[in-house]
Design a protein around this ligand. Structure first.
Ligand SMILES: [Zn+2]
Ligand SMILES: [Zn+2]
Length: 493
């Protein structure tokens, strides 16, 4: 953090100077891939200091899904300032927006997220120290995600202007990725209909291409309603909603053995009664289920609903199911993956400074791992591999976008090697220079790939052919009920 603020002034001079040089030196004729990449990467570097600062501000805001008011407003203002036309509040989501530049085909889009996670407030220090205990924090690094994607978009716009590149570049500000399925409602609203290719990235502890591999996910709140009674004097007159929650939990535990082993089912008891001497008339279980495949998950989900009905029947209570979110798995695109891998390898990773290495070693001591990954991981790019459905994975609403538009993504080493997402260690990394350096790696890879797609129609044709092949015989259907509006208060209801 300090490292960046110290150099910010020098960099702002450098930015102006470099921009001037670039604009003077720009050739009008088509460039080779390499020269184009060099030029757009320099533009990323020139804009980097500003967007690192933006990422820090969003990290400070740490706003939960659909309530990212300040984060969304900041990104919109910055993109407007950089010359994008901004449409806000799309798809019935107050914090969703689309920033556009250029016109006509092709249409290349970059996705940005900016929501935080509850309870992960953390200072940018290598020991557990919340800024505010219990408050949200950027444990998934979406402050970097949204800013890094915007940095790439701004650099590509400047490249397009300087080289008279035709086409449309868009940045999609997509809220509530963490459980709110923000992009699913955006897909439903048709905002990706004319997009040719979508690019995305996600913070991580390595540099790699993401070509599919996310788990399909569905989540709901199961609210049981019973009858309150004195728990000692008249328990026979009560019907315990908490008993139903516990029986549902047991049902899920017994079910666990009889689902494919790469299934994930996790839950919390979000409401468990108000006092032990009152039979609880209201209790609630929040459950998330995941599978590498949408179709398998849909079958499992029907059985989970049956378990909830069984728990209600056994306890004389009733159950109400509120669908919260559902994201599809990611459809890979090998044609785009080849381009992305080449570009990421060309960008390479980054080398930590001595201060960053000290921070990283101190943080790694808190992981509780016997074998710690080398810090050199930030310098390297992983060889391409197709994700195995049995390897550990998470979920993302990028999945739903990938079912309607050819999509490819990156992950970049923004977290100290070995740090898992959704931890205070990830939040700490995302708020300091390690996260910000990793972010720039992602921005460069995104920018290179966007420039390739805007200037080489054959790449878009290949991406579309691969997309058609991947989707042959498959149908996209979100598990979120038709007509359901975004649940703006899904975290609290
Ligand atoms: Zn996350
Ligand atoms: Zn995330």
């Amino acid at each position: 953090m300090r490292k960046d603020s110290r150099s910010a002034v020098c960099r702002s001079f450098a930015v102006g100077f470099l921009m001037l040089c670039l604009v003077c030196a720009l050739p009008v004729q088509a460039q080779t891939s390499n020269a184009a990449h060099q030029q757009v990467q320099k533009l990323v570097e020139a804009n980097g200091a500003n967007w690192k600062q933006v990422s820090k501000q969003i990290w400070d805001f740490a706003e939960l899904g659909y309530h990212e008011n300040k984060s969304s407003a900041l990104l919109q203002a910055q993109l407007k300032g950089a010359g994008f036309a901004v449409e806000s509040g799309v798809a019935d989501e107050p914090t969703a927006f689309i920033a556009s530049f250029g016109e006509g085909k092709p249409v290349v889009a970059i996705l940005g997220e900016f929501d935080a996670l509850p309870g992960l407030s953390q200072q940018a220090v290598p020991e557990r120290a919340p800024v505010t205990a219990g408050a949200p924090g950027h444990g998934c690094g979406h402050n970097l995600l949204g800013s890094g994607a915007a940095l790439a978009a701004v650099a590509v716009k400047q490249y397009m202007e300087a080289n008279h590149v035709k086409g449309t570049l868009r940045y999609y500000g997509t809220p509530a990725e963490e459980g709110g399925s923000g992009k699913v409602y955006m897909v439903r609203a048709g905002v990706f209909k004319d997009v040719d290719v979508v690019l995305h990235w996600h913070p991580g502890d390595r540099n790699a291409v993401i070509d599919g591999g996310a788990l399909a996910v569905t989540s709901a709140k199961f609210t049981f309603h019973g009858v309150a009674a004195h728990a000692a004097m008249a328990p026979d007159r009560g019907r315990s909603a908490l008993d139903a929650v516990m029986l549902m939990g047991n049902g899920i535990e017994f079910m666990r053995e009889h689902v494919p082993s790469n299934t994930r089912m996790h839950y919390i008891i979000s409401k468990g009664g108000v006092a032990p001497n009152i039979v609880p008339d209201l209790a609630q279980l929040d459950l998330v289920a995941r599978s590498p495949w949408n179709t398998t998950l849909q079958e499992i989900w029907k059985r989970i609903l049956d378990v909830s009905k069984g728990a209600a029947l056994m306890t004389g209570t009733t159950v109400e199911v509120t669908d919260i979110g559902s994201d599809a798995d990611i459809i890979g695109n090998d044609a785009l993956a080849q381009v992305a891998q080449k570009n990421l390898e060309e960008v390479g990773g980054y080398t930590m400074s001595a201060d960053e290495q000290k921070f990283a070693h101190d943080l790694q001591k808190t992981f509780g791992l016997d074998t710690l990954p080398s810090l050199d991981q930030t310098k390297e790019v992983e060889p391409f591999h197709k994700p195995d459905p049995n390897e550990p994975s998470a979920s993302t609403d990028v999945g739903d976008v990938s079912w309607v538009v050819p999509t490819i993504g990156f992950t970049a080493a923004t977290f100290v090697p070995g740090a898992a997402a959704h931890t205070w260690q990830a939040a700490a990394s995302a708020g300091m220079s390690i996260g910000q350096d990793g972010m720039v790696v992602a921005s460069k890879a995104l920018a290179d790939t966007a420039v390739d797609l805007l200037t080489k129609p054959e790449l878009i044709a290949a991406a579309k052919a691969d997309f058609a092949k991947e989707l042959a015989g498959k149908t996209y259907r979100s598990a979120i009920p038709e007509g359901q509006k975004p649940l703006i208060d899904y975290r609290t209801k």
